[in-house]
Design a protein. Structure first.
Length: 317
């Protein structure tokens, strides 16, 4: 059963009518209502297209958080062959909020890692809703250093509300772990590609997103803080989250204009959750093209291009 967001209620009503007519046609074989079903389907498709062409930043936030969007494990399963995961940071323990390992992507070896939110109550708890602890970022550093050693490009999939803010995480050096992961990303001598596939929140996102090429799915968001968090700080009123989302410029379209990201990956009409396989394929195509553009470059050139990219952000708007 499809899950609809609040602003999608008109679409839900149309698609519900289509399903009702199909059931009537199946039950009463002699009744021909094909034309009516086709008309309603076309009306629903057009309404969906019109709705998603004019989404507000807050509506995009809701789409980015939709539980049906493909997650990191979905991308790995569909894009990476012979995936071998690595676990643990060799200092404290394993953090399943970040999944990572090595495999083959369309004929070439890659290191791939990303935040995993989970898709059931059990898996969400196991993956801590994609909010990584220090050991998760230290595992990311371990992965990147291994990739550097064997001259293997790195792909990061970002989907987190932010790093886990618990006391234990702070006691184990959350800020230091994020800083070291960011520094490692910036210093890699191999190409790295980052894709914001859902919600990219705070330092928890940028720790693995400081890459040669940063891409976002069309309805993803990327920000220093959640709209709810910003509203709570600025107005002491979380009900102003919609206003905060608009003012924060968190959408892919805004961030492309500011030079924060390099490419927007188009989603299927109605969002990635409507056609996960197509969304994954388009991300895979974008990753492949970016890796081809960076292949063969020496390590120092790769570092220079990455450094220049981040230093240029916000300087020419």
């Amino acid at each position: 059963m499809r899950s609809y967001l609040d602003f999608e209620k008109p679409i839900a009503e149309l698609e519900s009518k289509v399903e009702e007519l199909r059931e009537v046609a199946a039950r009463d074989g002699g009744v021909s209502i094909t034309e009516e079903v086709t008309r309603l389907e076309q009306k629903a498709d057009q309404a969906l297209k019109d709705l998603y062409q004019g989404l507000t930043p807050w509506q995009k936030t809701l789409v980015a958080r939709h539980p049906g969007r493909p997650h990191t494990l979905d991308y790995i399963a569909k894009l990476v062959e012979d995936f071998t995961p690595l676990a643990g940071d060799r200092a404290f323990g394993e953090d399943e909020a970040i999944i990572g390992g090595f495999g083959r992507f369309r004929g070439q070896s890659i290191c791939i890692m990303g935040h995993e939110r989970g898709d059931t109550t059990e898996t969400r708890i196991r993956h801590n809703f994609g909010m990584a602890r220090p050991e998760g970022y230290r595992k990311a550093v371990r992965l990147m250093e291994t990739a550097q050693r064997f001259d293997i490009p790195v792909v990061s999939l970002v989907d987190t509300a932010g790093a886990y803010p618990g006391i234990g995480a702070e006691e184990r050096g959350q800020a230091e772990a994020i800083a070291r992961s960011t520094d490692c990303s910036l210093g890699l001598g191999v190409p790295n590609i980052a894709v914001i596939i859902g919600e990219g929140g705070s330092g928890g996102a940028i720790a693995i997103a400081t890459a040669n090429r940063v891409m976002m799915l069309e309805h993803a968001i990327y920000s220093v803080i959640s709209p709810e968090g910003a509203a709570s700080i600025l107005w002491r009123d979380t009900t102003k989250a919609q206003e905060a989302a608009t003012n924060m410029k968190i959408t892919a379209q805004d961030l492309m204009r500011f030079g924060v990201i390099d490419q927007i990956v188009q989603e299927p009409v109605g969002g990635a959750h409507r056609d996960p396989d197509l969304a994954v394929q388009r991300v895979g195509d974008a990753i492949e093209a970016s890796l081809q553009g960076l292949s063969g470059l020496p390590g120092e050139e790769i570092r220079r291009l990455r450094r220049d990219k981040f230093l240029a952000i916000g300087r020419a708007i």
